[in-house]
Design a protein around this ligand. Structure first.
Ligand SMILES: [Zn+2]
Length: 313
């Protein structure tokens, strides 16, 4: 098996971005393997970034387990929390300054508005939550589930757009810290966001129809997945993002964020999702398909990467 070049020979920069909210499963293994292969084949660099922003669900024990499981699979990387590198820190909880700078830039440019809606307000406005599931575009793949897909925001707080001084207290230029309120990105309603995925081909999502104004900073002081991801991919000069197809719609949001922030878009390669025998996307409930469990049952990395276990759609 060929391995990653010790020193990159091209400008390709990929990344592995596990969330330490549980053990990695077969789906993660295949996606990360693909990311590793593409960096290797391009003669490029591969960075590991630990996406541990969810304060309630992230655990350092899962971060350690992810690194160990990936190494066991045979995946290697040039930069990461365990190795350092010139684009660090490689742990999102230590990169707050990058996210604050991006938030501030968006705010100054007029893309954001504060949203005071509670979860209950949103549920009332939207009616009963319903599943709009398509296996290829929906779901979370073990990522930060509340952030990866969210119901289309009904626009309740949009009237504050451009009128932020209505907030009690500071005016827009005096707001330095986003914490304490949700901040939403105003999407250009009706605009089609199109991109060509290197694996799945042409994609198209319409702002305001397929997704609405999305949260970039949460009231509990944590940037959203969307904001952290674009800020990090830009700061780390990532040239290609390899991830699960559940994040296709997030890519449309991130294209809008990149444009608003003046960042270049990386290329995208979304991997088909792995589902179980009932057609359900793999999630934390599939403990028996965690790499840990399969390894204990005596399976090898090659069994897992070529296994008939779950099927792809
Ligand atoms: Zn609101």
């Amino acid at each position: 098996m060929a391995s990653l070049a010790p020193t990159p020979t091209s400008s390709y920069r990929g990344r592995l971005a596990p969330s330490p909210t549980g053990y990695l499963h077969v789906g993660h293994a295949r996606t990360f393997w693909t990311a590793w292969q593409r960096a290797r084949d391009a003669g490029g660099a591969l960075a590991m970034r630990m996406e541990d922003l969810d304060p309630d669900r992230s655990r350092s024990s899962y971060a350690e387990a992810a690194i160990e499981d990936l190494r066991w699979l045979g995946i290697r990387w040039h930069e990461g929390p365990d190795k350092g590198g010139s684009f660090g820190p490689y742990v999102q909880s230590r990169r707050r300054a990058f996210y604050l700078a991006a938030w501030r830039k968006l705010l100054r440019r007029g893309y954001l508005y504060p949203c005071r809606c509670s979860r209950k307000d949103l549920e009332t406005a939207l009616g009963a939550p319903h599943e709009r599931v398509s296996a290829a575009t929906h779901g979370s793949f073990g990522k930060l589930e509340p952030f990866d897909d969210e119901p289309i925001y009904p626009g309740t707080c949009r009237i504050f757009q451009g009128n932020i001084p209505q907030l009690p207290g500071p005016t827009v230029n005096e707001i330095e810290i986003p914490d304490g309120i949700n901040w939403r990105f105003r999407v250009p309603d009706g605009e089609a966001v199109e991109f060509v995925d290197r694996n799945l081909g042409p994609q198209r999502f319409v702002a305001g129809e397929d997704f609405g104004d999305f949260v970039v900073w949460r009231r509990d002081g944590v940037p959203s997945y969307q904001l952290a991801c674009v800020a990090d991919d830009a700061a780390m000069s990532i040239s290609e993002v390899v991830r699960g197809a559940d994040l296709l719609k997030s890519t449309a949001r991130q294209i809008l964020l990149n444009r608003a922030l003046g960042y270049n878009n990386p290329s995208w390669f979304h991997c088909r999702l792995v589902v179980d025998h009932n057609g359900r996307r793999l999630a934390k409930r599939h403990d028996s398909l965690s790499l840990r469990a399969l390894r204990q049952r005596g399976l090898t990395p090659m069994n897992i990467l070529s296994a008939e276990l779950p099927v792809e759609v």
